[in-house]
Design a protein around this ligand. Structure first.
Ligand code: HEC
Length: 154
């Protein structure tokens, strides 16, 4: 319980520190806010799926964080439904411009991905390692499948 209250207290401080670093680094000057925000949601997905991988393969012992990371992935997947407003592609974005012409196909990918993230949370809550492995693989396929079709290649 002490840990939890400390965490809550430290949260705004950590956010402030991260904001400061981001402002100083200013890596991509001309990124419109809606594109930058979308990329933040994606970075969140990467961070939480990476954390789940590290816990699942035993590199770190934080089993007690597993469900929260899975819930974060599920929540971010829901947010993804809001972060592709019409016309938010262009130079600064790695989203392919034809995404908006193929909106239904995109929605299909997104819906399947959201479903996979629900399976991930269910598996994390169940504590079943095999179920977690399967759900994590389904989620990863969702990332790759959508990137393959809708993200510009490097
Ligand atoms: C339904 C489609 C879709 C799914 C599912 C998806 N992504 Fe993405 N992702 C994109 C698109 C499109 C971009 C390009 C965003 C842009 O720059 O406009 C992107 C960009 C990214 C980026 C780069 C962000 C940056 O800073 O430029 C990362 C990292 C990323 N995704 C991680 C993930 C991970 C991890 C998952 C799965 C857990 C995932 N994505 C699932 C469509 C998707």
């Amino acid at each position: 319980m002490v840990t939890r209250s400390r965490k809550l207290f430290a949260f705004p401080v950590i956010l402030g520190a991260v904001g400061l670093v981001a402002a100083q680094a200013a890596p991509r000057q001309d990124v419109p806010p809606d594109v930058a925000y979308r990329q933040s949601v994606m970075q969140g997905l990467r961070a939480h799926t990476g954390a789940i991988r590290a816990i699942a393969n035993g590199s770190v012992p934080h089993q007690g964080h597993l469900v929260e990371h899975a819930r974060a992935v599920q929540d971010l997947a829901v947010m993804m439904g809001d972060v592709f407003p019409e016309g938010s592609g262009g130079e600064a974005s790695d989203t392919r411009d034809d995404l908006w012409d193929r909106w239904d196909a995109f929605q299909e990918k997104l819906t399947a991905f959201q479903q996979a993230t629900v399976h991930l949370t269910d598996a994390a809550e169940s504590g079943d390692a095999e179920a977690l492995r399967e759900a994590a693989s389904e989620v990863t396929q969702g990332c790759r499948g959508c990137h393959g079709e809708f993200r510009k290649e490097d």
